[in-house]
Design a protein around this ligand. Sequence first.
Ligand code: NAP
Length: 248
Amino acid sequence: MKLLAGKTALITGASRGIGEGIARKFAEQGANVAFTYARSAEKALALAAELSALGITVKAYQSDAADYAAAEQLTEQVVQDFGRIDVLVNNAGVTKDNLLLRMSENEWDTVVDTNLKSVFNLTKQVSRIMLKQRSGSIINLSSIVGMKGQAGQSNYAASKAGIIGFSKSVADELGTRSIRCNVIAPGFIQTDMTDALGETLKAEYLKSIPMKRLGTAEEVANAALFLASDLSSYVSGQVLSVCGGMNR
Ligand code: NAP
């Protein structure tokens, strides 16, 4: 029996990287998958076509996770198309790194809106559906940077720390209706986001990872599969680090 058979998942930002890995893993495990992207239409449509061949329903939606009204419209559309939402993965995220004294208001706002406000936007809309269903699993992508901070990433660290407090509060509010809310805090994962760091910085970061390698999107997706499935039916309000031992 596939772990997510009969469940519908909505994943934000699944055209590339970790979100794509989660969409693939969920589809392989029998879930119907609705996912969003911001700009990568070609990649998103190709992924939807590829995963549909597994015999499940898959649909890609262009939707800006930072936009409150767009999240409302998206949720309505997904419910029309799929009938229900059992799992929400708030994965969409960006970086705009800069030292505090050089950081512009736009760099702050873009990162906080895309990474943190988006989690409020989608969780609020989807929780209405889950409340009616009296079940659901919400998984929010934070980062170990949200727990320990990182020079040049005060905007990103603030957004990722905010996700943890938000998720623990949601787990507290919605637990009585069997809606669980958990956080995944990846370390350094091989995606476009970490490719942008450049080889010198990456080599420096590698020294601080006990396992001495970057993680893969699939390794994060395996944690998401656990939190999405009934294997984690009594797990809520938790932060699961997927970081090769960095966060101890
Ligand atoms: P990525 O490779 O840069 O992919 C980002 C994804 O988010 C893309 O699908 C992108 O869509 C989408 N996206 C960006 N802005 C969006 C918006 N406003 N609305 C909807 N979708 C949007 O990033 P990643 O490395 O896979 O990271 C995924 C998540 O994990 C992020 O929240 C990130 O902060 C977190 N994380 C990553 C790492 C890491 O080492 N990679 C570590 C810790 C945490 P388009 O393709 O259309 O642009």
